[in-house]
Design a protein around this ligand. Structure first.
Ligand SMILES: [Mn+2]
Length: 245
């Protein structure tokens, strides 16, 4: 059986040509070689609504569509930057938008997947923005604004984020260990795979029931070095791999 691939934190944007090309290149490589691709959030640096069908976004949709047409299943999970990504976008790509936390089957068993931002519970400022911005009313109000206004708001966010370097790993708080063990216990799982923190690593865990578990963290895609850390699940297990582009 073909392997399953996991990517996250590409932060795709028109002014990141290397990452964008790396993304197209990976999708081409996966064609006919992968059973499923999971995109675990922050695919885009920012997403202001599925109606933003500019040339850049259409190219991304087209690349995904080519992959799904070749027989690969495609799944999306929201990140903290592209949380307004909708079912319309997912469907256009031939994919499915999942809920924020999902247990999936991999060749060696089960795996809990999510973006990871919900586990950074000690970042109070972020958690309060998260709660606010995930509220249906907040999103309705936002999506009711004209597209041009939303694009401007997004540019402002991006400028602020660049100024604060808030996309750098050292400025993203890491997950709270207790939140991880609690979520794994709730979901009755042993292995968690997430992104968001930009700290790629496989951590061994002692779970609430005394058994051992794992927390597998994907890496972000870096424009300057042309590197990313992606996840692969096959008969041998779940592992991380460096991807150079
Ligand atoms: Mn994130």
């Amino acid at each position: 059986m073909n392997p399953i691939f996991f990517i996250s934190d590409l932060h795709l944007a028109a002014d990141l040509p290397r990452v964008t090309q790396g993304f197209f290149q990976l999708l081409k490589q996966l064609e006919g070689q992968t059973q499923a691709l999971y995109v675990l959030g922050d695919l885009f640096e920012v997403w202001v609504g599925d109606d933003n069908t500019n040339d850049y976004n259409l190219q991304i949709i087209q690349a995904f569509k080519q992959l799904t047409d070749s027989g690969t299943q495609l799944y999306f999970v929201h990140g903290n930057r592209d949380f307004m990504l909708g079912h319309h976008f997912a469907t256009s790509c031939g994919g499915i938008l999942l809920g924020e936390r999902t247990v999936i089957n991999v060749p060696t068993g089960k795996l809990l997947i999510e973006h990871g931002d919900a586990l950074c519970t000690l970042d109070e400022k972020f958690m309060s923005f998260r709660a606010q911005s995930r509220h249906p009313l907040w999103q309705q109000t936002m999506l009711a604004k004209p597209l041009t206004e939303r694009v401007q708001i997004a540019e402002l966010w991006r400028m602020q984020s660049k100024m604060q370097n808030s996309n750098k790993a050292e400025n993203i708080m890491d997950v709270t260990p207790d939140a991880v063990t609690q979520v794994l216990a709730e979901q009755n799982q042993h292995i968690l795979l997430h992104g968001h923190t930009h700290r790629p690593m496989i951590h061994a865990l002692i779970l609430a029931d005394g058994q051992t578990g794992q927390r597998i963290v994907l890496g972000d895609w870096q424009e300057e070095s042309g590197t990313a850390v992606i996840g692969i699940a096959d008969e041998k297990g779940v592992r991380l791999e460096n991807y150079h582009f």
